[in-house]
Design a protein around this ligand. Structure first.
Ligand SMILES: *Cc1c(COP(=O)(O)O)cnc(C)c1O
Length: 391
């Protein structure tokens, strides 16, 4: 996006601040790449957390238009929102399971709970009886992450309970990997083996194990359906290898002011950064209120965080404050860095995983914590959205 160098013209006034552009074409391309990689398995999409903070309305419609038919959210409310966006044929699983007393809501919105306990299975089965038919659901078995899902023992108890089993319409058997982003971690193999044993107990039911990184562990991990999230949104599923996905989130701050300071002068709150030579600095209108982590503030260790301005990377200096941040632009040609110039915080030149690492976090947290004050722009959105609504 060459617009990182572009100057702002005309309204709206909020464009003078921080801008998040979501590239829906890139999301579609990423989904297609993952689907090709996982084939013949079906490729679904994790769109929980408002599509990792990028806007579920636009993202889900784009994914639907690309061909995605199975979606995963965390909460029933997210499922309800998604159902209002997508056609009835879209399959929606709620990963956090069946919330107590909410079976009617799930059934009404045609949401499939990923059941995680015997209690949930019992409640869903009983509700189905009352509703007049066996309702679709996933069974989530824990194979070693020790987060959500049936323990192996409870799974056996479930299988032995004919009364419950006869009243469930099992459409998916799933589990979740703890260390998929570390291909050599021994837990991957152990979970794969444990999941194979689980599958043998319910041979006819479609199976799903892989998240984004899991898809890249090989064909033994993709089964019938994969559930990528972060890779759709441009996060690197195979780090530290080079990223096979396109960048999706483009974060820009705008230059509000430029100033020249002398050696010995400090910049920002706490006077934590001090110039060792005459320095030209740019103040950008993007701060922690916008979702720029305060932990990107300049530090002595691990090198400074960087943003891209004009034709090069520039170090962040001093502390990130609520509404702004400072950058050393001494090396940037003067005509490429003026009032109104946009600086790239995340995008084609600065990868989201890089910024996350500078901030001491991961791309997932960086995306989902983006503030609401970013002006949000979608590229490619309208056509996808109308396509989704009319198909
Ligand atoms: C969030 C989530 C995913 C997607 O994970 P990514 O690492 O973002 O690809 C898949 N499955 C489950 C159970 C999840 O909670």
């Amino acid at each position: 996006m060459s617009s990182s160098n572009a100057h702002i013209s005309g309204p709206p006034s909020d464009l003078a601040g921080a801008i998040l552009t979501v590239d829906l074409d890139a999301i579609q391309e990423n989904w297609k790449r993952l689907a090709a990689k996982a084939a013949p398995a079906e490729c679904g999409a994790a769109v929980k957390g408002n599509a990792y903070g990028l806007g579920v309305e636009q993202v889900a419609a784009a994914l639907w238009a690309a061909g995605c038919r199975t979606f995963f959210v965390a909460r029933p409310m997210e499922g309800g929102e998604l159902r209002a966006i997508l056609p009835r044929e879209a399959v929606i699983y709620v990963l956090d399971g069946l919330f107590p007393g909410q079976a009617e809501f799930y059934a009404g919105e045609d949401l499939r709970p990923a059941l995680i306990t015997l209690e949930e299975a019992r409640e869903w089965a009983a509700f189905g009886t009352q509703y007049g038919r066996n309702l679709p659901c996933a069974i989530h078995v824990d194979t070693g992450i020790n987060r959500l899902g049936f323990s192996t023992g409870d799974f056996e108890t479930l299988l032995g309970d004919n009364e419950i089993m006869a009243r469930l319409n099992l459409t998916l058997l799933m589990s979740h990997l703890a260390c998929a982003d570390e291909p050599n971690h021994p837990l991957n193999g152990r979970q794969k083996t444990a999941f194979a044993a689980v599958r043998q107990r319910l041979p006819g039911v479609p199976a799903s194990l892989a998240n984004s990184s899991g898809i890249f562990l090989g064909a033994e991990y993709t089964h019938d359906l994969v559930r990528p999230g972060i890779a759709l949104y441009g996060g690197n599923p195979v780090a530290p290898d080079s990223n096979p996905m396109l960048p999706v989130a483009h974060l820009q701050g705008t230059v509000l002011q430029l100033r020249e300071i002398q050696a010995g002068e400090s910049v920002g709150y706490g006077a934590t950064w001090r110039a060792t030579r005459p320095t030209r600095i740019a103040i950008l209108g993007a701060g922690y209120k916008d979702g720029v982590p305060r932990s990107l503030s300049s530090r002595a260790t691990n090198g400074p965080a960087q943003v891209y301005i004009g034709d090069r990377r520039c170090p962040v200096i001093g502390r990130i404050s609520m509404d702004m941040m400072a950058v050393d632009v001494t090396q940037v040609p003067v005509d490429l860095c003026r009032r109104g110039t946009r600086a790239e915080l995340i995008g084609r030149n600065i990868a989201i995983d890089e910024t996350a690492e500078w901030a001491g976090t991961i791309s997932y947290e960086l995306l989902t914590r983006l503030g609401q004050r970013f002006t949000r722009l979608y590229s490619g959105g309208e056509s996808h959205f109308s396509k989704a609504l009319t198909s």
